[in-house]
Every structure is written in C-alpha cells, then in structure tokens.
Write a protein that binds this ligand. Structure first.
Ligand SMILES: *Cc1c(COP(=O)(O)O)cnc(C)c1O
Length: 357
C-alpha cells in the first residue's frame, strides 16, 4: 500500500556532518514526516516537509500534561548498498500500544510504516557507511490541542525525524558500569512503565545523574513496590547468564518490551541456548555472583544493540564481571549475529530485515 504523501521541497540542503562527529541524535536530516489528528478528520494530511522548528501554542497540552509517545529504530546501509530496516513493524505496533495507554487515538500501522519507508528512501544519502553507524529513526506523537483542562487531547501531531548516528558507546563492545538504584523508582504496576512515553525518561533523570556522579554509566532499576526484583536498565533490557542459562526479567507491565530483547530471546532459542523469562531479585543475582555462577550480564536495546556489563554496583557491593571483554561470550555472539543480520552481512534466518527500495 502506497499512500499519497505530499512532498514540500527543501530550498537548501544541509551539509552532511563528518562521520567522526556524529555522536547520538545531534544532527538531523533535511526532511521530516508530519501528520495531524483531530476528532473530525481522524489522522490526516500525511506530508514530508523540510525539517524545521514547530509552531505550537504555549497552551499545547503536551507541554503541560506530557501526553507524548515515541519510538526508536534504525535504517542500516548494507555493504552492497541496500537500505535495511530491522523489524520495523514491531516498533509501529508498540507505538500504538503506547498510544492506547496514554489515551492517544490509534493510528493505521501500515500508514506509519509506509511513512518511515518513504522518508528513509528520500533521505537515504544520509545513511552513513562506516562500521557501527546508522540512520536513527524517531517517530513520535504529541498532544497539540490548546487547553489547560486535564483530559485526553482532541488534536495531535505525529512526526518522524531522522538522525545519522555513530556507534552509541564509541567502541561497540566496551563494557558498561551499571548502578543498581535502590532509592528512586522508574515504574510501578498499573503505571506506564511498559510504554515509550516521555515521562518515563523525565522520572529517570535524577537517578541517572546520581549514578554518573558515582562514576557509573547507567542505572539498573528494581521494581517499584518491593525494590527487590530486577526490571531494566535506563534504555535497555537486561540479561544474565547464570550457570549456563540465560535469564531476563519477565514483562510484567512496568518493563518496556524491547525489540532487541525479543530478538535476543528468539535467537537464543534458535541456537538451542537455554533462555527463560523470570522474576529474579537482586539478592539472587548477588548470590549467584558469590557462588561464581554469574557468568555474564548484558543490556539490549536499539541504540547499542548489546552492551556487556563489566561492573554492577549495588549499595556498597561491587560485582565485577571480568568476562565482559572476552570474545567468546554469549553477548559477543549475539552482537555479531544481530549486527550481521541488520547490516545484511549474514543470513537472516528469522526474516527480520525489510529492504527499502
Ligand atoms: C526503548 C527502550 C528499551 C529498548 O527497546 P528496543 O526496542 O530494544 O530498542 C528498553 N527500555 C526502555 C525504557 C526503552 O525506552
């Protein structure tokens, strides 16, 4: 299905940044996709316009009550020049899932997927070629209705912006240091932890700041009720390899169900590596560590793909995971397999890539 998307041409094109200066989410391409919603017309007027500042009422509801959802995925340039997306239908479905929880009207998933494809096709010269780089795709929806009354808005904008990105942590499989947060919480059962909504990030900044002050890279969240069970890392899901078996927290309503998380579980199953979704406490992790059974810890997410954890700090305990730099880990094997599939370098046994042409 190819919807008619109006194209409003840019008069001038930007100069593309040097690959060394890409970073994450600092540069944006020439065009963006925009679509509006109101109760009368539903989602309407899909268009690709020059990337430019928005005009919003200061009373736009998103600015006051935070009705905002987003997604994050990447377009990759294969060695042979093909442009590949990785399981984009999962992101589009998750966008609607987030919308449902935030009382934002559902959107036709084919329309959003088609918008992503058309925008990336138009901007494909922005996809960098170098190892570890890609074009980050950020779809998001905000409530634009002018009103200070608290209610689900009657007007919204869906936008898609694109950003060429370098590798997330610099050297890709550089181990990260993670701090187990036991004071602040990110999400509670019945809340919005399972959605990609702006407020989850606003709520996480304080703990992230605290972890950074202590010399850590990111926070590992515990459950919001008992402050005991492992949930996830800042923008990654978390996996542990204990005594030969890989485990990850079960999706319980307060954890974001990552596309990378799902892909890792499926790949491990495909390889016949034992993997289970469990409810696991930080005490159990520490116990496994003390017995010498905690073999690997790694995070999963679109931005960094796989991040081995080299150190886990919890209160005054430091769990060192020297394996993190070992080339024979499950983390490394998963990283190679996923990036191989994403870049079209290896077979795609589970049929995850979508070529844009
Ligand atoms: C986006 C996100 C993830 C990772 O999801 P992917 O689909 O794998 O990128 C994990 N946790 C949170 C809180 C997130 O927002």
């Amino acid at each position: 299905m190819n919807q008619v998307i109006e194209l409003i041409k840019a008069d001038v094109k930007k100069e593309k940044p040097a690959v060394e200066s890409l970073g994450f989410g600092k540069h944006f391409t020439d065009y963006m996709f925009v679509m509006d919603y109101n109760d009368e017309d539903g989602w309407h007027h899909p268009r690709i316009t020059p990337y430019a500042p928005l005009v919003l009422e200061p009373s736009a509801m998103v600015l006051h009550y935070g009705q905002a959802v987003f997604e994050g995925l990447k377009a990759y340039r294969a060695k042979d020049g093909r442009v590949l997306l990785f399981r984009p239908e999962k992101n589009v479905a998750r966008l609607n899932m987030s919308c449902a929880r935030l009382s934002i009207p559902q959107i036709d998933e084919d329309v959003v997927l088609d918008a992503i494809k058309q925008l990336v096709e138009l901007e494909k010269d922005w996809i960098p070629n170098e190892e570890g780089t890609s074009l980050y795709i950020r779809p998001f929806i905000i409530a634009t209705e002018s009103s200070l009354g608290v209610h689900p808005a009657h007007e919204y904008k869906l936008m898609i912006i694109l950003s060429p990105v370098g590798s997330y942590y610099g050297d890709q499989l550089k181990p990260v240091r993670i701090y187990v947060e036991d004071e602040y919480v990110r999400a509670v059962p019945g809340g919005v932890g399972f959605t990609k909504t702006a407020g989850n990030y606003a709520a996480s900044l304080k703990a992230q700041e605290k972890a950074e002050q202590m010399g850590y890279d990111q926070v590992l969240w515990l459950d919001g009720v008992e402050r005991k069970y492992i949930e996830e890392v800042g923008s990654m899901n978390i996996f542990f390899k204990i005594n030969g078996e890989v485990v990850t927290p079960k999706l319980n309503g307060s954890i974001l169900g990552g596309v990378t998380r799902d892909s890792v579980i499926q790949l491990l199953q495909y390889w016949n590596v034992p993997v289970r979704e469990v409810r696991i406490s930080i005490d159990e992790i520490y116990e496994a560590y003390q017995k010498g059974q905690l073999e690997e810890v790694f995070g999963t997410g679109t931005a960094a793909v796989i991040s081995p954890v080299g150190e886990l700090g919890w209160k005054d305990i430091i769990m060192e995971l020297p394996n993190a730099e070992d080339p024979d880990t499950i983390a490394k094997r998963l990283y190679d397999a996923l990036t191989g599939i994403q870049l079209g370098k290896t077979e795609d046994p589970l049929n995850w890539t979508l070529e844009i042409k």
